[in-house]
Design a protein around this ligand. Sequence first.
Ligand SMILES: [Zn+2]
Length: 584
Amino acid sequence: MADIMKEVMSHIPPGKVSEANFEASNIVLYTKDREFFLDNSGMIKRIVDDIKKRVELRPDPSITMDMEKAEAQIRKLIPEEAGIDHVIFDPQRSRVIIEADKPGLAIGKQGSILRDIRSKTLWVPHIMRKPAIRSKIIENIRAVLYEHSDYRRRFLDKVGHRIYDGWKREKREEWVRLTYLGGARQVGRSSLLLQTPESRILLDCGINVADESAPYPYLEVPEFNIQELDAVILSHSHIDHSGFIPYLYKFGYRGPVYCTPPTRDVSALLALDYVKIQRGDNKDPIYSTDDIKEMVKHTITLDYDEVADVTPDVRITLYNAGHILGSAMVHMHVGNGLHNVLYGADMKYGKTMLLDPAVTRFPRLETLTLEATYGGKDNVLPPRHADVPVFIDGIVWDITAIHTAYPEYLNTNVRKLIFHKDQNPFLNPIFKRVGSSKERKQIIEETGPCVIIATSGMLVGGPSVEYLKHLAGNSKNSLVFVNYLGEGSLGRRIQRGEKEFNMGSTARPDMMAVNLEVHTVQGFTGHSGRNQLMNFVKNCEPRPKKIIINHGENSRCLDLASSIHKTFRIETNAPRNLETIRLK
Ligand SMILES: [Zn+2]
């Protein structure tokens, strides 16, 4: 038994606990003693205060109420106005997930209804908000987790043992190293390997969809060994950060991926879409939907500001990055105070219509990695401005649905609109979903002035390319780019002014003339502009001692690194791919 478990058990009278497990870094105790489960006079709370880890007491599965009866009881206890939808039991872990339109009403005053459910059914209730727009992907992900609940229980226990069973590598001296496997002096295929005396951790593992000659991170470097990998930490769902993770599972990785819940859902969706697009282009997908399912099965979600041990010598906290829904900066506390590094990933230090700006306060901080997507001197972003129908096509709709499932990740204004005024902006009637190629054809041929929002934003596949083929020839149409365009992508080439493209093959050419107006609106990006990046560094508390610039084109990385050094007198570095930086 791990020492920490012995420590916990030493505080509990013998015979009270029937089983003790890890759920990753949390400790879960099961009891067959009904009275002890309902009232342990603060014993569990004192243990938590003492060992500074999460400890949860649950009823042993053998004493929980029969599921059918329990569901009837739950529906009786919760008032109708709460709008109960699905009630899903996790019998392995004695938990019941209750979906409600109004979670507050289901929880009751100071949790009174939850307490009633616990005492009457001996199940541990978790209330979840029912999304305003049903999301197929969220339902599928929940189904996968439910179906593999037995496996999950064993997997989470194994992860806990890795964290708490002690060191398995020989500790020689104190050091921390960061190796760039991708995303250095480039945008695309972000992936960093963090090595400490006891840990091998991958920070992101993305695909550069704009560059067919070098799309994947350098996993073949001698430092990287998939057998030794302890954990993957995913900052956010964009494909240039998440897209290659299913490939790790294809090659046998069975450890955890840590990220926020929205990041898990959107990453799975984007990976499935990536496979679909590859198939559509008559290519062999690099991984299958089964590999994506493995990724989902092994994902451990953390909310912002939740502290979690991931190995014996690395403790992480995810902080809001303000970039997209669920996006995080990853704070890593290494070796009990040896070094603190913040992987800044993609972040926006400025409030947007949807999200709060990136966090700048951290408990401790020595090294910061900072993006330079818009880090050049001339990358000053314009302010944003404000009835035609808006057609939403491709996975944009699914992603909109996922936003409605996680309003707590949106900024205060939007949250207020959703929670208190029933004015959910995502349900505005100007948005119209495009569901079939027939509807697509109708929009192209019959609809007058309108806005079409479609993926992919770089024009590297998906419905956006289909629309382009039909709309490109007419000079009355406009194409508006609002996102970063990867070097080599069709989007970037059109933006640069190329007018003719072969959309077919060499053998069967299919020429497309680009006559439509091309605009670029910089202000919509989820990245920080130059001034925001400089302000982020200025307001970072504590001020880091070293800043590593990544995720930007060559000149922008160098420009930002030199400006930060001159302005703040902080050591900066703009490494290239395959370079390793010793942090300690
Ligand atoms: Zn991103």
